[in-house]
Design a protein around this ligand. Structure first.
Ligand code: NAP
Length: 258
């Protein structure tokens, strides 16, 4: 079996590890877009860079003799997921999407859900003057025209212009602890948090810190998903699916490796 994982997420790295552990004889390749200068690398083979659209991905699936395609990309990486669906159909390769569940507000949260980064920028000045912006490097330009707000931007790599007029950049990669997030909000006198609904535990402490401090949170909702693509929420479920595909049975059951 050759399993191709579209990656760039914690889940994708965990999945590569799980498959390699359970089925060392299988070929596992993770594909990265190449956005991050020094990415955390998964086990198995790694290829980097775009495929050249859905057609290019379909060609790669055939040329690499891929038996199963897993879309384990970030919930906000909508284009590659769309291409994966088209390419898998074209190349007749089974496709499964691995998506971590979105965050859910709890009592005490003051969340403002918006449909896009642009909507977040529009609603921001009414909610605060000192924003903690955690929407990823590529999302920062959407806030460039917001002049009357100070931005503390946290990203793995430096965001590229245009940036908002009052911006301080903090280069950092999660996971982040609650203690650190509390201190950050306090140190920079943050009065509003802006985030995408990324889900997962690595970056969720900021939501707890915001709740404790009574700070409003602008939550950008996820882009719509393709109903035609089967989706699961955990690495274990992917392993079960791979086991059903493989003529050699479930890697999870046989090795107990996940
Ligand atoms: P995107 O808008 O969905 O994709 C844009 C283009 O980048 C795709 O058409 C494809 O180019 C290439 N691409 C994306 N993911 C790829 C992958 N895993 N392997 C090879 N090519 C890929 O994606 P994005 O939002 O820029 O995200 C890029 C990557 O960063 C994703 O892999 C994602 O998992 C990761 N990431 C994204 C976010 C986020 O908030 N968007 C956050 C954390 C991590 P071609 O058309 O040439 O094939």
């Amino acid at each position: 079996m050759h399993v191709l994982i579209l990656g760039g997420t914690t889940e994708a790295r965990r999945l590569a590890q799980a498959v390699c552990d359970a089925r060392p004889e299988w070929r596992v390749t993770t594909s990265l877009a190449g956005r991050v200068a020094r990415p955390l690398l998964p086990v198995g083979e790694v290829r980097t860079g775009g495929f050249g659209g859905a057609d290019g991905l379909a060609r790669a699936l055939r040329e690499l003799h891929v038996d199963a395609l897993i879309d384990a990309t970030h919930p906000f990486a909508g284009t590659i997921s769309f291409h994966a669906a088209t390419a898998a159909t074209e190349a007749h390769v089974p496709l499964l999407a691995l998506r971590r569940p979105g965050w859910v507000p709890t009592e005490g949260d003051n969340w403002h859900r918006v449909a896009s980064l642009e909507d977040a920028a529009t609603s921001l000045p009414a909610l605060g003057r000192r924003a903690f912006l955690t929407v990823g490097r590529q999302g920062v330009p959407a806030f460039a025209s917001v002049d009357d707000v100070f931005f503390l931007v946290r990203a793995v790599d430096p965001p590229e212009p245009p940036l908002p007029g009052h911006t301080q950049v903090l280069l950092s990669r999660g996971p982040f602890t609650l203690e650190d997030e509390r201190a950050l909000l306090q140190e920079h006198q943050i009065d509003v948090l802006v985030t995408k609904d990324a889900g997962g535990s690595a970056t969720s402490a900021k939501l707890v810190a915001a709740r404790e401090a009574g700070i409003p949170v602008i939550v950008v909702e996820r882009p719509p998903v393709l109903a035609s693509v089967q989706r699961v929420g955990s690495v274990a479920e992917v392993m079960d699916w791979l086991g059903q595909l493989s003529p050699w049975g479930s890697p999870r059951t046989e090795s107990g490796g996940v």
